[in-house]
Write a protein that binds this ligand. Structure first.
Ligand code: SF4
Ligand code: SF4
Length: 312
């Protein structure tokens, strides 16, 4: 737990956590914002980055920034699931944790006073920090609870639990499925599934994606030399999922990923853009926007992204 505290994870209950996002800090003190503010209108200074399944995942992706079993000489079974905390407890816990994080900015010489005031009213929850959130059984109820508190939600899943996605009784505001390989061989090498049939299960989730009413996203985290070939394979997966958007994004050498990959494994923004351009040609999805800071490119069949207005 000390290692997680060092990495600024704030534990909530038995298996959830909030982590201050770099962009929360940047928005409050330097007037900068993350690409989700640029693309979708999600205010970085009013965003809570959390996970309801911090220690649990069906994959061990090389690029993951979370601590995995075996890292730091600590072993645990990532699929030995705990008794889950109730959604309301998690919702209240993450709001309290975010308030604690925010209190550290009082008196900070660079804090923008208006943003500081606004940040006391979080408007968005990124359910994407670490771990596979669909392992948390009452996920639909958690999403419903967060929405009832006036929060929007972006849910990021690795897609290995299609059954859970199909059973979600409340959809998030926007649904992400990560696609970080174009074929099974690369999937096994990069995403290192801890379950049988991970690739098939991911493909089942992709086939299910068109039935979501909310906007959907395929997000591909790109690692130089590992999963940036075979754009045609990626295009086939996009055709299956028919997502509202595709986000192609560079691997970032942060967190515990440093134990598995090197600094040079990060593609440049130009390399990510070239990949996106190639994917655009293969899929008919247009490049709508990009952020050089985060090395991410947004593609869609829409002319512009749907923006979620976040009143202050
Ligand atoms: S949307 Fe994501 S990147 Fe942006 S502030 Fe929230 S957690 Fe950070
Ligand atoms: S699926 Fe997500 S949480 Fe799990 S190992 Fe991969 S990046 Fe990390």
């Amino acid at each position: 737990m000390l290692a997680l505290q060092k990495h600024k994870y704030h534990r909530v209950g038995n298996h959830s956590a909030v982590k201050r996002c770099k962009w929360f800090y940047e928005a409050l003190t330097n007037g900068r914002a993350c690409y989700k503010q640029k693309f979708y209108g999600i205010n970085s200074h009013q965003c809570i980055q959390m996970s309801p399944a911090l220690f649990y995942c069906t994959q061990q992706c090389l690029f993951c920034w979370r601590a995995q079993n075996g890292d730091l000489q600590i072993d645990w079974d990532e699929l030995n699931l705990p008794n889950w905390d109730p959604p309301e407890e998690i919702a209240q816990g993450i709001l309290k944790a975010q308030a604690r994080i925010l209190s550290g900015y009082k008196g900070h010489p660079k804090t923008d006073p208006q943003k500081f005031r606004e940040a006391h009213r979080p408007r968005h929850v990124a359910i994407s920090l670490a771990g596979e959130p669909t392992l948390y059984s009452p996920l639909g109820e958690l999403i419903r609870t967060l929405h009832s508190k006036g929060l929007t939600t972006f849910l990021v899943s690795n897609g290995t639990l299609p059954q859970k996605l199909s059973e979600l009784d409340t959809e998030p505001t926007q649904m992400y499925v990560s696609v970080c390989a174009s074929n099974e061989k690369v999937y096994k090498q990069v995403c290192r599934p801890q379950i049988a049939d991970g690739w098939k299960l991911l493909n089942d989730s992709l086939a299910f994606m068109p039935s979501f009413k909310c906007p959907t996203v395929i997000r591909s985290t790109l690692v130089k030399g590992l999963n940036m070939q075979d754009v045609t394979g990626y295009a086939k997966l996009v055709a299956r999922a028919e997502p509202t958007y595709v986000e192609t994004k560079a691997y970032m050498h942060v967190g515990f990923s440093g134990l598995r990959l090197g600094f040079d494994d990060m593609p440049s923004h130009e390399e990510v853009r070239a990949f996106a351009q190639h994917l655009s040609e293969k899929t008919g999805y247009k490049i709508l926007d990009e952020s050089t800071d985060s090395r991410v490119v947004l593609l869609s069949r829409r002319d512009k992204p749907i923006r979620f207005s976040q009143s202050q």
